[in-house]
Design a protein around this ligand. Structure first.
Ligand code: PLP
Length: 394
């Protein structure tokens, strides 16, 4: 007898993976240049030179017993102090290393928060459109996901639907901005309204409702858009971050949870996050890449290709009649489909070897996600194909 839930998770491929695999099969038949794969969110630009340089320097100069050994469970002390100082300089916080728990990427950061917070019967609010792994992570922690339908016109928050979804069992709200899949950055007004509402609800129910801020795309923003730093607006915020996207090193699995001093009983909350990391068997985040991340904390990969791709796609698709909310960040856009059934639209696109992911899986039917972390030439060649597809609907 096996754990059926795990068998299911291990067997079923996500729609994104299905499309990605299909793309590889088609490439073998029609040639890679004729498949327009926009399915997967894998950074397409290399890590900045500083990542390799620091890794090499660390490998050359650090005592290997130390470098390849266990670190403290929450991370190397010098690494955490460096990260704390960088965050304080950037966001005016008062972190020390003690507020930071290094993790195996943002996914593990989320799992540590969810497992650390979740008690039997707890619910976690997620706003559509959302990163589908949230459901897996929440249910893995023993919680229940409450999905709030999307605010279609701007992909901010539908506050009426949100209020209807919060109750005395709500333990936390996951806020992902810049957002995968919409690309949208929640405005300061949205964050202020959310904070005020959660303060009122926490007081009404007599316990804190936390915000879990999931922000691996924080640095990937356009046109000077500001991404509000949520702990500045709401005290009971845990921040999940990773360098997967900003430094283009998702395979190195490095991130952190920040538990600010302002969180009610922050030391206990931190202990719960650390306990979750222990119980999940993470032991510590990768030792070499803790150090690389700290050394490169103020760097990013060259993100200019994403900016160019975004402009090309947005202007091109809008010119063809697609409606698309302006994405302030990430490398995703999330246009409305030209027929109500997003799966049918995606299937029709597939006939042109154009691979876009149906929005239903992100909780927003009637849309598709286009991942533009691809070479710009692919977008240039894909635009006439999008035009052919759009023409079929005229
Ligand atoms: N959160 C969001 C919204 C993401 O899109 C991703 C990855 O794509 C993650 C978390 C997980 O990131 P990581 O690779 O750091 O675990």
């Amino acid at each position: 007898m096996l754990n059926e839930r795990m068998v299911g998770l291990g067997t079923a491929r996500s729609v994104i993976r299905e499309l990605f695999e299909y793309g590889k099969q088609r490439a073998a038949v029609v040639g890679e240049e004729n498949v327009f794969d926009f399915s997967i969110g894998n950074p397409s630009v290399p890590a900045p030179p500083s990542v390799n340089e620091e890794a090499i320097r660390l490998l050359r100069e650090t005592d290997p017993v130390l470098l390849h050994g266990y670190t403290s469970a929450s991370g190397d002390n010098a690494v955490k102090s460096t990260l704390a100082a960088a965050l304080n300089a950037r966001f005016g916080m008062d972190y020390t290393g003690d507020n930071l728990y290094c993790t195996v990427g943002a996914a593990a950061a989320l799992c540590c928060c969810l497992n650390g917070l979740c008690c039997p019967g707890d619910e976690f609010v997620v706003f559509a459109p959302y990163f589908p792994e949230y459901k897996v992570f929440i249910e893995g922690a023993g919680g229940k996901m409450t999905l709030i339908p999307p605010e279609i016109d701007g992909f901010q928050i539908d506050f009426a639907a949100f209020e209807a979804g919060v109750n005395e069992r709500t333990k936390a709200v996951i806020v992902n901005s810049p957002n995968n899949p919409s690309g949208v950055v929640y405005s300061e007004a949205t964050i202020q309204k959310l904070a005020a509402l959660l303060e009122a609800k926490s007081a009404e129910y007599g316990h804190p409702i936390y915000i879990i801020a999931d922000e691996p795309y924080r640095e990937i923003v356009y046109d000077g858009v500001d991404v509000p730093y949520i702990p500045k607006y709401y005290a009971n915020t845990l921040v999940c971050y990773s360098w997967s996207k900003s430094l283009s090193m998702p395979g190195e699995r490095i991130g952190y949870v920040a538990v600010p001093n302002a969180v009610e009983d922050w030391e206990l909350v931190f202990a719960a996050v650390a306990g979750a990391g222990r119980s999940l068997g993470y032991v510590n985040a990768p030792s070499l890449f803790q150090r690389v991340a700290a050394a490169c904390v103020n760097d990013t990969a060259d993100l200019s290709v994403y900016a160019a791709n975004r402009r090309l796609l947005l202007d091109g698709l809008r010119g063809m009649g697609f409606t698309c909310v302006e994405p302030g960040g990430t490398f995703y856009i999330f246009p409305r489909t030209l027929e109500a059934d997003d799966a049918a639209f995606s299937e029709r696109a597939k006939k042109h070897d154009l691979l876009v992911v149906p929005g239903s899986g992100f909780g927003a039917p009637g849309h598709v996600r286009i991942s533009y972390c691809v070479p710009t030439a692919r977008i240039e060649r894909a635009l006439p194909v999008f035009e052919k597809l759009a023409a079929e609907y005229r």
